[in-house]
Design a protein around this ligand. Structure first.
Ligand code: NAP
Length: 318
C-alpha cells in the first residue's frame, strides 16, 4: 500500500540555493537530475528546473507518471515545451514577479554603459587616478535620448516606465501593437528597422525562440547609430556573438551592455572580454533577494498544483 502521507518524488537540477532546497524539501523528496537520466522512474511525478538544464522529451520519457514541470524563472527556452504539451505535461513558470527587478537591471546596465560607471570605478581605484580632469571619460547622455525597446512585454513595459521617468523618448517594436502602453505611458510603435535606426539605446527583452534567435545580427547592428548602445536583458542567443564582437571592435556602435551571452559564460579567452566598450553581468536580471524569494514561492506553488492535479498558477502556453 502506498503511504498516503509520503512526499512526492521530484527531480531537480543542481546546485539549488540553500533556502530553495529547504522550501522544496519540506514538500517533496528531491532526486538529483544526474541519477535519473537513465532508466525508467515510475515514482517521479514532478521535475523542477532551477539553473536552465536542457529538458526535452527524451528526458521526460524516463518518468511515465510525470505530472508537472515547474521552472524557476520566466524564460523557458531550455525546455522543449512542445514535447511537454504533446505528453500532456503542463509547464509552469514565474512571470510577473520579476518584472521590476529585471527592468531595474536593464536600466542599471543602460546607465553603466552610457556613463562609463564600471570603467570609472576601475579608474577611481587605480594608481593612475592622480588628478581630476574635466576632459576624461565622457559618456553619452541618458535623459532626452531615444530608447528603443524590442519586446515591450511585462519586463519591457517596466523598462519603458523607468525611461519615461528619465525624460527619454521611448519607441518599441513587438509583433503586435501594445495600444494600452501607447495610451498609458506614451510609447511609440516602430518597425524593427525604424527602431534600430532612430534609437540612442536599444534594449532587447523578447523571449528566445526560433523566430528571435540571432535577431541582433550584423545587419541589425549596421543599422544602428554609431553612437548607439545595445543592452541585452533577454537571452544570450538573441544577439549574434560574432557580430556584436566585431561591431564593438570596429566601434560600429558606441557600446553594449550584456546581462546574458551566448555561450554563457563566454570562454575565458573570448575577445569580447578584452573590450572596454562592453559591460557584462553574469545573468543577474532578476537577482535580488526579494524577487528570488517570490520566484521560489511561485514556482513551488506551480509544482504543488501540478502534483495535486490542479491548474498551475502560471502555465506556459505554446
Ligand atoms: P513577455 O511578457 O512575453 O514579453 C515579451 C515581448 O516580446 C512581448 O511584448 C512580445 O510581443 C514580444 N515579442 C515576442 N516575439 C517577438 C518577435 N519575434 N518580434 C518582436 N517582438 C516579439 O515576456 P517577459 O516576461 O517580459 O520576459 C521576456 C524575456 O526576458 C523572457 O522570455 C526571458 O528570456 C528574459 N528574462 C531575462 C532575465 C534575466 O535574468 N536577464 C530575467 C527575466 C526574463 P508580441 O507577442 O506582440 O510580439
Amino acid at each position: 500500500m502506498p503511504n498516503a502521507s509520503a512526499k512526492p518524488n521530484i527531480v531537480v537540477d543542481s546546485p539549488l540555493s540553500d533556502s530553495l532546497r529547504r522550501m522544496l524539501s519540506e514538500r517533496c523528496e528531491l532526486l538529483p537530475w544526474s541519477a535519473t537520466e537513465q532508466g525508467t522512474h515510475e515514482s517521479v511525478t514532478g521535475i523542477y528546473t532551477f539553473g536552465h538544464p536542457h529538458l526535452d522529451g527524451s528526458m521526460m520519457d524516463h518518468f511515465p507518471e510525470l505530472k508537472v514541470i515547474s521552472n524557476f524563472g520566466v524564460g523557458v527556452d531550455h525546455i522543449n515545451v512542445a514535447d511537454a504539451i504533446s505528453r500532456d505535461i503542463p509547464v509552469g513558470n514565474t512571470p510577473g514577479v520579476l518584472d521590476g527587478a529585471t527592468a531595474d537591471m536593464a536600466f542599471a546596465l543602460l546607465m553603466a554603459a552610457g556613463r562609463k560607471v564600471v570603467a570609472g570605478d576601475r579608474y577611481a581605484r587605480s594608481r593612475e587616478f592622480t588628478v581630476y580632469d574635466p576632459g576624461y571619460m565622457l559618456g553619452r547622455e541618458i535623459h532626452s535620448q531615444t530608447l528603443g525597446i524590442i519586446g515591450l512585454g511585462r519586463i519591457g513595459y517596466q523598462i519603458a516606465r523607468r525611461a519615461i521617468g528619465f525624460d527619454m523618448r521611448v519607441m518599441y517594436h513587438n509583433r503586435h501593437r501594445h495600444e494600452n502602453a501607447e495610451q498609458q505611458i506614451g510609447v511609440q510603435y516602430a518597425t524593427f528597422d525604424e527602431l534600430l535606426q532612430q534609437s540612442d539605446y536599444v534594449v532587447i527583452s523578447v523571449p528566445l525562440n526560433d523566430e528571435t534567435r540571432g535577431m541582433i545580427d550584423a545587419i541589425a547592428l549596421n543599422q544602428m547609430k554609431s553612437t548607439a548602445i545595445l543592452i541585452n536583458i533577454g537571452r544570450g542567443p538573441l544577439v549574434d556573438t560574432e557580430a556584436i564582437t566585431t561591431a564593438l571592435q570596429q566601434k560600429r556602435i558606441y557600446a553594449a551592455a550584456l546581462d546574458v551571452t551566448d555561450p554563457e559564460p563566454l570562454p575565458r579567452d573570448h575577445p569580447l572580454l578584452a573590450l572596454d566598450n562592453v559591460t557584462l553581468t553574469p545573468h543577474l536580471g532578476s537577482a535580488t533577494e526579494q524577487t528570488r524569494h517570490r520566484m521560489a514561492e511561485l514556482s513551488i506553488e506551480n509544482l504543488m498544483c501540478g502534483l495535486t492535479d490542479k491548474a498551475l498558477i502560471h502555465e506556459v502556453t505554446p
